[in-house]
Design a protein around this ligand. Structure first.
Ligand code: ZN
Length: 204
């Protein structure tokens, strides 16, 4: 069994029906658009719950296998066959490999992950960068005349998601350089939102 095949099947089974329901709602009953986001979130939750319950990870530090909570599964960074986790047996943080799905051992060609350790302080600084770029967005949103609710809600959602990922990482001491990518993406997206907003107000 291959993990990517399982994930593809699960997405079709658990997310696609919700996605179709979402599109139908937006298309035929726009007044229920916000409700349809709940439908989509329910599909995502069902997917995550299923994966968290069935996947067992192998800790490279102590060799024990373990399952995660749905919270840890959602908030921990993932790279194809690897997930950054704190092992419940030895309490050490490392990239743990996906070993079993529903009790069946997974076969996969895996390459060892090269990761540079960063400090917890660096995580805090990165979170501050994301918060600052969100503040810039908010300031630009307040200043421009044409207030766009879609860009406000999407950047707020992005900020809430990114900051909760960072708060989780800081609490778990996930000292991984993978967070630089998130910071880059977050700051870039927020500044892009602010820029587009400024351009739009100049045009109108
Ligand atoms: Zn361990």
């Amino acid at each position: 069994m291959d993990l990517l095949g399982i994930v593809a099947r699960k997405v079709l089974l658990l997310i696609l029906p919700f996605l179709i329901a979402f599109i139908l709602t937006v298309q035929f009953a726009p007044e229920f658009t916000y409700l349809s986001f709940l439908i989509l979130a329910a599909g995502l939750y069902a997917f995550l719950k299923d994966m968290a319950e069935k996947i067992e990870f192998l800790c490279p530090k102590c060799g024990k296998t373990f399952r995660t909570s749905i919270t840890a599964f959602f908030f921990s960074p993932h790279q194809t066959y690897w997930k950054l986790l704190r092992c419940p047996e030895c309490n050490k943080v490392s990239w743990c490999i996906v070993k079993y799905y529903d009790g069946v051992e997974l076969k996969a060609k895996v390459r060892k992950i090269k990761d540079k350790e960063i400090s917890v302080k660096s995580l805090v600084i990165q979170l501050a960068f994301i918060a600052s770029s969100y503040a810039i967005f908010l300031a630009s949103w307040i200043l421009v005349e044409a207030k766009d609710l879609v860009s406000l809600s999407s950047s707020t959602l992005l900020f809430v998601l990114l900051s909760s990922l960072f708060v989780y990482a800081i609490r778990q001491e996930y000292r991984s350089s993978i967070y630089y990518i998130l910071t880059f993406f977050g700051v870039f997206a927020m500044l892009l939102f602010s820029f587009l907003q400024a351009v739009r107000s100049m045009v109108s």
